[in-house]
Unconditional design. Structure first.
Length: 248
């Protein structure tokens, strides 16, 4: 049996989007799209594993400053830099914090922030899905820094396009918290400030109800994920190709 969790040295949060049951009785394809944390963390062995798995395209959702601090390696495959948050500036930090502050619990805060991201950066998310749709044959890796927020949203959009149920998508999203636990432990060990430690704990959570709410609200606003992506600039053909990539 093919496993969705991929253990490529030394990334923490790599999962294939294959093997998810769809609402019409089908299943998403393995080795079509892989979600990951920063693949700059891959060792030589990790890259060998990725290439042996069939990876031929990388879509990097990180900002330029993140790439400068943690540069991608030179590898013989296509690499696309498509920052999900565009040219982020410090003023946005306060705006996003204001959105989060309107909610009283972690799942609600996360959902509110994600919906703000999806609306504010709609063309960028549409562009990422179109890039997946039009990638050459082989597996596509979509990644950011931790593989849970930007990557989590792109993965959720792709899985919903493929017909996977919202609850199953939310369950997959929730796994990132488990896989990224070593990163959180490292962060906590590096600070003694309890307020900062609590901020890091909350930042690292990936509650399933958050993604459930995000997808339900997105579909309420737009009617479907297809319509959301087309509103962001993806062509109907790109949407169809993205679906076909995961469905075959």
């Amino acid at each position: 049996m093919t496993e969705r969790v991929l253990r490529w040295a030394d990334c923490l949060n790599v999962r294939d989007l294959g093997g998810h049951p769809t609402e019409d009785g089908g299943e998403t394809r393995f080795a079509a799209v892989v979600r990951a944390d920063s693949i700059a963390s891959l060792t030589d062995e990790g890259w060998r594993q990725a290439l042996d798995y069939g990876v031929r395209t990388v879509i990097d959702l990180r900002m330029q400053a993140e790439r400068d601090a943690d540069p991608p390696r030179e590898v013989p495959i296509e690499s696309l830099h498509l920052p999900a948050f565009g040219d982020w500036d410090e003023s946005m930090d306060a705006e996003i914090e204001a959105v989060a502050s309107t909610q009283n619990d972690t799942p609600s805060r996360t959902a509110a922030v994600y919906l703000e991201f999806l609306e504010r950066f709609r063309p960028n998310f549409a562009r990422a899905v179109s890039a997946v749709a039009n990638a050459p044959d082989g597996a596509v890796i979509v990644h950011c820094a931790g593989g849970k927020d930007r990557t989590g949203l792109v993965a959720a959009l792709l899985l919903r396009l493929a017909g996977v149920g919202i609850d199953a998508i939310a369950e997959d999203y929730s796994l990132s918290e488990i896989h990224l636990a070593p990163r959180l432990e490292k962060w906590l060990a590096e600070t003694a400030d309890e307020d900062e430690r609590e901020r890091l704990r909350e930042f690292s959570r990936t509650p399933a109800p958050s993604m459930q709410r995000v997808l339900a609200e997105l579909e309420r606003r737009y009617g479907s994920v297809d319509a959301y992506l087309e509103a962001g600039g993806a062509s109907p053909e790109d949407v169809k190709r993205a679906r076909t990539r995961l469905r075959g």
